[in-house]
Ligand binder design. Structure first.
Ligand SMILES: Nc1ncnc2c1ncn2[C@@H]1O[C@H](COP(=O)(O)OS(=O)(=O)O)[C@@H](OP(=O)(O)O)[C@H]1O
Ligand SMILES: [Mg+2]
Length: 400
C-alpha cells in the first residue's frame, strides 16, 4: 500500500502510510504529528482503532521493552562478576544496560518510522569508544544480534559495532517541554540486577512535557503479588509488564504475553492496614526518614524494600499503598527513573508528587526539580501522608 495524502483544511494534513492515517498539523514554526481518531470520518474501523491516541506508540514501546527484558534475563542468568564494568560514577553497568538501550532504540525507530525520533536515555557510548571498551562493545553487538535472531526479528540485518554505537547514541536527546521525547532507563535498578534481584526496563513517552505513555517490564517481579501478601500467593511465576497511556488506565500482563488485566491502586484508607515500599539501597533513600513518616502516619507493617521502578508497578496493582523516596542531600532525580512509573501509578488511580505535594514536572530536561523527595500513594491516604511528611521534615530540620 502506498502513501496517500488528504488535506483537512488550512492547518492539517492526513497522511496514510500503509493502513494507518496520521494527522499532521502545520503551523508557521512547527509541523507536529498528532494521533488522529474521531475526526477521521472516512477511516474504516480497523484504521480507527490503530489511530487511537498513542496506540501505535504503546505497541512499539511494549515490543521494545519486552525484547530488552529478554536480553536482560539472559545476561542476569549468566552474570559473572567479571561482566560488571564501572561507569565514571562507579555504579555497576553491564553489557545488558547497553544492549537493552540498543534494542529499544532500534525497535522504536523501526516501528515508528515517520516519527522525528528523540530519545533521552541513561547510557552513552563514551566508554565503549575507548580502546579499553572494544571487547565489551563486541560482546554487546553479539548479544543484541543473538537476541534479535532468537526472537525471530528477521527485519534486522546483522548489526555491526558501529550500528550499536549509533543506536546507543540515539539516546543523547536532552528532552524538554516541546515535542515528543522517549525516555528510557534500559536497566533501572542496576544494583538489583547485579545482585540477582528486582530491576525494570522503564520506557515512557513525553509529549509537550507531559508523560503520555509508560511501560515497565519487570522480569523478576512475581505475577501474583509482592510484599505483605506474598506468602499467601499460590503462584511462583515471575515476570510482569505494566503499561499505561493517558486517560486509558493501567494494565498488567505476564512478560511471556498472557492476557492483560486492568490494575488499580489499593483503596485502603486506614494507614494501619497499609504497607509501604522504599529503595532497597539505603544510599538511594533515607530509610530512617521513611520509618519516622510511617510511624507518624500509623503504618504498622515493616517496609517492603525492592529495587527500581518495580515499586511503582507493584503499587499500581495494590501490593502496597505507599512509596517513600528521600534521596540524600545533593542528589538530582533523573526523568528516566520516574516517568514510566509515574503514569503507571497515576493511571491506576494513584498520586505521585514531591514531598510538598507538587506533581512531578518532566518538562525541564533530564532532571526533575523535586522538593526534597517523592511520595506516592492513593487518593485516600495522600492528605494524611503529606501531613506526616511535613511534620517529619520539620522535626528533622529542627534537630540539625
Ligand atoms: N545517591 C542516589 N540517591 C538516589 N537515587 C540514586 C542514587 N544513586 C543512584 N540512584 C538512582 O536510583 C535508581 C535505582 O532505583 P531505586 O533507588 O528505586 O532502587 S534501589 O533499591 O536503590 O536499587 C538508580 O537507577 P539505575 O542507575 O538505573 O540503576 C539511580 O538512577
Ligand atoms: Mg534508574
Amino acid at each position: 500500500m502506498g502513501t496517500q495524502t488528504r488535506w483537512l483544511g488550512a492547518r492539517a494534513t492526513a497522511i496514510r502510510v500503509g493502513s494507518d492515517w496520521n494527522c499532521y498539523e502545520s503551523t508557521t514554526t512547527t509541523r507536529t504529528r498528532r494521533s488522529f481518531s474521531l475526526c477521521c470520518r472516512w477511516s474504516p474501523l480497523t484504521t480507527l482503532a490503530s489511530s487511537m491516541p498513542y496506540e501505535k506508540e504503546l505497541a512499539a514501546a511494549k515490543k521494545a521493552a519486552t525484547l530488552a527484558a529478554r536480553l536482560c534475563q539472559k545476561v542476569q542468568k549468566a552474570l559473572l562478576q567479571s561482566d560488571v564494568h564501572s561507569k565514571s560514577d562507579k555504579s555497576p553497568v553491564t553489557v545488558a544496560d547497553y544492549g537493552s538501550q540498543v534494542l529499544v532504540s532500534l525497535i522504536l525507530e523501526r516501528e515508528l518510522p515517520s516519527e522525528l525520533f528523540s530519545l533521552v536515555a541513561e547510557e552513552d557510548s563514551g566508554d565503549l569508544r575507548k580502546e579499553s571498551g572494544q571487547d565489551t562493545l563486541k560482546c554487546i553487538t553479539e548479544l543484541v544480534n543473538n537476541t534479535l535472531a532468537n526472537e525471530g526479528s528477521h527485519s534486522f540485518s546483522t548489526l555491526t559495532t558501529d550500528d550499536v554505537l549509533k543506536a546507543i547514541d540515539n539516546g543523547k536527546s536532552e528532552g524538554g517541554p516541546v515535542g515528543r521525547h522517549w525516555v528510557l532507563d534500559p536497566i533501572d535498578g542496576t544494583k538489583g540486577f547485579v545482585r540477582g534481584d528486582q530491576y525494570a526496563i522503564a520506557l515512557a513517552l513525553l509529549h509537550e512535557g507531559k508523560v503520555v505513555l509508560g511501560v515497565l517490564a519487570c522480569p523478576n517481579l512475581p505475577l501474583a503479588t509482592i510484599g505483605r501478601n506474598q506468602q499467601n500467593s499460590s503462584s511462583n511465576e515471575v515476570g510482569c509488564v505494566f503499561f499505561a497511556k493517558v486517560g486509558d488506565g493501567t494494565y498488567m500482563q505476564a512478560l511471556d504475553g498472557s492476557t492483560q488485566t486492568r490494575v488499580n491502586v489499593s483503596a485502603v484508607d486506614n494507614p494501619e492496614e497499609a504497607s509501604f515500599f522504599e529503595s532497597y539501597e539505603a544510599a538511594h533513600s533515607s530509610h530512617d526518614l521513611s520509618s519516622t513518616i510511617a510511624e507518624k502516619l500509623g503504618v504498622k507493617a515493616p517496609p517492603v524494600r525492592i529495587d527500581s521502578q518495580a515499586k511503582y508497578g507493584a503499587l499500581s496493582r495494590g501490593d502496597g499503598a505507599i512509596y517513600l523516596r528521600f534521596p540524600h542531600k545533593g542528589y538530582r532525580e533523573k526523568i528516566w527513573d520516574h516517568a514510566a512509573g509515574c503514569i503507571v501509578v497515576s493511571e491506576a488511580g494513584g498520586i505521585v508528587s514531591d514531598a510538598a505535594g507538587n506533581p512531578l514536572d518532566f518538562s525541564k530536561g533530564k532532571f526533575l526539580d523535586v522538593d526534597t523527595g517523592i511520595i506516592v500513594t492513593n487518593q485516600n491516604l495522600m492528605p494524611s501522608l503529606l501531613r506526616a511528611v511535613k511534620e517529619s521534615l520539620n522535626e528533622k530540620a529542627s534537630s540539625l
